[in-house]
Design a binder for this molecule. Sequence first.
Ligand SMILES: CC(C)(COP(=O)(O)OP(=O)(O)OC[C@H]1O[C@@H](n2cnc3c(N)ncnc32)[C@H](O)[C@@H]1OP(=O)(O)O)[C@@H](O)C(=O)NCCC(=O)NCCS
Length: 147
Amino acid sequence: MTEPPSYEVRRARGREELDAALALRHDVFCVEQGVPEHEERDGRDREGLHLVAVAGGEVLATCRLLFVGPTVQFSRLAVRRADRRRGIATALLREADIEARAGGARRLVLHAQTYARQLYETAGYEPRGRTFMEAGIEHIAMEKVLP
Ligand SMILES: CC(C)(COP(=O)(O)OP(=O)(O)OC[C@H]1O[C@@H](n2cnc3c(N)ncnc32)[C@H](O)[C@@H]1OP(=O)(O)O)[C@@H](O)C(=O)NCCC(=O)NCCS
């Protein structure tokens, strides 16, 4: 029997949770993956919808949704190292679908790091075009049309 998740997935609440999500992104993308800070903080966080996975008052994972017409640009998916491979990213992707639909979007697009492509394919995304380099990391564009 699968145990229910011990974390909650929802929108970030208040300045403190948003700051924790941004700090996690910094640790994961800038420190762990070497992405330059000015690329990680691209100036679009104010307009973004930020989702988090939270347990015991701590932010375990986050991602960002930007609504552009009927499209959601999904990005900045980061899970704390110690909490990976527990299905948390998958749960955030599921919540992103719910938010996208509720916000009137019809599709989601993202740039996947190619090593994580399976994560997105399992969540219903399809690759579009060839791989390319972004922030020094190989990516592929992916898209999901909401059913
Ligand atoms: C990529 C990342 C978000 C995945 O988060 P996660 O919570 O561990 O993902 P899930 O547990 O939901 O994984 C679901 C499936 O995705 C795939 N997957 C996840 N991490 C993977 C990895 N490191 N390598 C290959 N496949 C991976 C697997 O198919 C996995 O299923 P499995 O565990 O049954 O094999 C996380 O490793 C992370 O934060 N990495 C650093 C930041 C990053 O690369 N972000 C993504 C940018 S596109």
